[in-house]
Design a protein around this ligand. Structure first.
Ligand code: SF4
Length: 213
């Protein structure tokens, strides 16, 4: 599995933002956030969840995807409800939460200012997403959170966006990997009602059903 170096500087704007934050908050992670895999290793992964990018005071602070900001609350609760995680999520890297057959990563590994990566950054970081996917030999399903992560995943798998368009609770397949797309579980989407816990749960119900076959 390919992970960026802690000092990856392929995206100058993101590198500059991280260096600023290293000065301001030396105790934070402040680097590319690695893919979180289950204790059994990448070979045990059947489901990969792809988010957008680390949140400034979430994964960028803790160093673990979706850990420390609001989006993780709904994600980990839902994963646990479907058996894709066990233990207790306490928004800390050293909590007892463990992933089961599931890994979590981001389309862009470094925190972007205002949570908004630009196209060149998404394209540049795709090589790490591709490396993550190809290193999971038993991968059967991917959940993409939001359109940016969906489109980058489709492109990474060599698919055409016109044939695999994003939509909440939409499914498609590329090269034997089933892709389930979902609105991102961000605070903004849940506060505005664009994504309800029930809508999010429905996506993982589909995934669980698929993986049970
Ligand atoms: S976003 Fe990805 S490619 Fe860009 S600097 Fe960070 S790790 Fe490197």
């Amino acid at each position: 599995m390919t992970e960026p170096d802690y000092d990856c500087g392929l995206c100058p704007r993101l590198r500059g933002f991280i260096l600023e934050n290293r000065k301001l908050h030396p105790e934070w992670h402040n680097g590319p956030v690695p893919t979180w895999i289950p204790p059994e290793g990448a070979g045990s992964v059947e489901l990969l969840v792809v988010g957008l990018a680390p949140g400034l005071r979430g994964a960028n602070l803790t160093g673990r995807p979706f850990t420390g900001d609001f989006a993780g609350d709904l994600l980990y609760e839902t994963l646990g409800a479907h058996g894709f995680a066990s233990g207790t999520f306490e928004a800390r890297r050293d909590d007892s939460l463990r992933l089961r057959r599931t890994a979590i990563t981001n389309a862009v590994r470094c925190v972007p200012p205002q949570n908004k990566p630009v196209g060149a950054e998404i394209n540049t970081c795709r090589k790490f997403l591709n490396g993550t996917i190809t290193g999971m030999h038993n991968l059967r399903a991917i959940v993409t959170l939001g359109k940016i992560s969906h489109d980058s995943t489709v492109r990474g798998l060599g698919g055409k966006l016109s044939a695999h368009s994003f939509g909440h609770q939409r499914e498609t397949e590329i090269d034997g990997v089933r892709i389930f797309s979902s609105y991102h579980c961000s605070r903004y989407n849940t506060n505005t009602g664009r994504l309800t816990p029930e809508m999010f749960n429905a996506v993982f119900t589909d995934v669980a059903r698929f993986l049970a076959t």
